[in-house]
Ligand binder design. Structure first.
Ligand code: ATP
Ligand code: MG
Length: 402
């Protein structure tokens, strides 16, 4: 089960350069949140501050009852074990093979035997579609592959909090969709609290339960996806529609004269290159793959949204009602389909009756391994905080057992 991350009044500067100030938000337990914002607004700095790699001048970051901005180095070390972090650049050790990079947290933080480590590493390598590349050095693979290796490493300790800095950068659109699906499935399986930093509008609109937006040194908004996806707030609206017309400029902000010119262009029917999607409708959220447990966060998220519904503008309230009805309909249809496929035997949480392949996440051109779940669907539980993956990896014949 994930843990809540509560940020209060956080301010960070480097020397005289203030990056952001007075940022307050709560990443709700087990929910998926996304942090958006133009390049250079300090999203990566925020992520690093959450794990205590950077130190804010003011404010607190409370995780599991500990304020990591104030705690001892020993406490911070313990708290960090709750995290799995995918850094923007992958942050792999250049002189280590992918295998050793991914095994690193297990060797550092657990007393597992190499055999057990191998099982976990190969499972994660397979999940991100890198089977066959485990002996390569980071310098020998593509940027997208490095990103996926970084994600595999972030997952080996089955973290309760997962931070992903632009998981999609360097990935083609199809693999981006698979990685997004993987994050949703992981969330369904272990109820981890997830924060995704992204520029990808499609991810922002379909993956997170909550969205935050950094702009001009401030957190412009943080709230349930429904609130931001229907927001009329100019910065949020411009960003989510990927349009060049609006307050966000090529450098941090635009002057008034430019904004006036843009308004005239818009009035004349010239577009700013953004999506023409109808923002009064919320796109249904991506659901866990069939056979995955239901996401526990959905119910909690709904309760929260329900409580705050009266504070939202009427268009948001209406969009929320419609999107929840649509999501219920989709879920019922998927359940009915799963029952049909399983001969009317409902699939229990964590169980997977079908056969899965690495291509389920890594794309159809990924080297394919297949595995199936033994009766009962139990995981081998060799990891510190066991994850019921419902999957057993077949060791590759040319693997590391030699
Ligand atoms: N260690 C550091 N020392 C000094 N300044 C830094 C440091 N790290 C980041 N910065 C500055 O903080 C600002 C925000 O950087 P950050 O990398 O967080 O932006 P970002 O929102 O993640 O951008 P992008 O979307 O391009 O990844 C930048 O101006 C950057 O130069
Ligand atoms: Mg960044």
């Amino acid at each position: 089960m994930g843990v809540e991350v509560s940020v209060e009044g956080l301010t960070k500067s480097f020397g005289s350069q203030n990056i952001w100030r007075d940022v307050s938000l709560t990443l709700p337990t087990g929910e998926v949140s996304a942090l958006l914002g133009p390049s250079g607004t300090g999203k990566s700095v925020f992520l690093k501050t959450l794990i205590g790699l950077l130190h804010p001048e003011q404010g607190s970051v409370v995780i599991d009852g500990t304020d990591i901005t104030q705690c001892s180095a020993k406490e911070l070390y313990e708290i960090r074990k709750l995290f799995g972090v995918l850094f923007q650049d992958g942050a792999l050790f250049g002189s280590m093979s992918l295998y050793d990079n991914i095994a690193f947290p297990l060797r550092e933080h657990t007393k597992k035997k190499e055999d057990d480590i191998r099982d976990i590493v190969m499972e994660k390598i397979d999940l991100v579609g890198l089977t066959g590349a485990e002996d390569k050095l980071p310098g020998e693979i593509s940027g997208g592959m490095r990103k996926r290796a970084g994600l595999a490493r972030a997952l080996v300790l089955d973290p309760q909090i997962i931070l992903c800095d632009e998981p999609d950068s360097g990935l083609d659109p199809v693999r981006t969709a698979y990685i997004s699906q993987l994050l949703i499935d992981i969330n369904a399986q272990i109820d981890a609290t997830i924060l995704i930093v992204t520029h990808n509008i499609n991810i922002a609109r379909t993956i997170p339960d909550n969205i935050g937006m950094l702009f001009r040194k401030e957190l412009v908004m943080f709230g349930p996806r429904e609130q931001l996806l229907t927001s009329e707030q100019p910065v949020v609206k411009q960003f989510l529609s990927g349009d060049r017309f609006g307050p966000i400029g090529m450098s941090e902000e635009k002057d008034e004269a430019v904004q006036k010119q843009e308004e005239a262009m818009q009035a004349a029917g010239i577009g700013g290159g953004g999506t023409k999607d109808d923002f009064s409708e919320i796109i249904p959220q991506v659901q866990p793959n069939p056979g995955m447990p239901e996401r526990k966060a959905i119910k909690r998220h709904r309760e929260r949204v329900h409580e705050m519904l009266h504070t939202l503008p009427p268009n948001a309230q209406e969009a929320i009602r419609r999107s929840q009805e649509e999501e219920d309909r989709i879920r019922e249809e998927m359940d009915a389909h799963a029952e049909e496929q399983n001969g009317n035997v409902p699939v229990a949480a964590g169980q997977q009756s079908g056969e899965w392949t690495s291509a389920d996440y890594a794309g159809s051109d990924a080297p394919t391994q297949s595995w199936s779940t033994p009766p009962g669907g139990g995981a081998d539980n060799t990891i510190t905080q066991p994850i019921d993956t419902g999957r057993h990896v077949q060791q590759p014949t040319d693997g590391r057992s030699q």
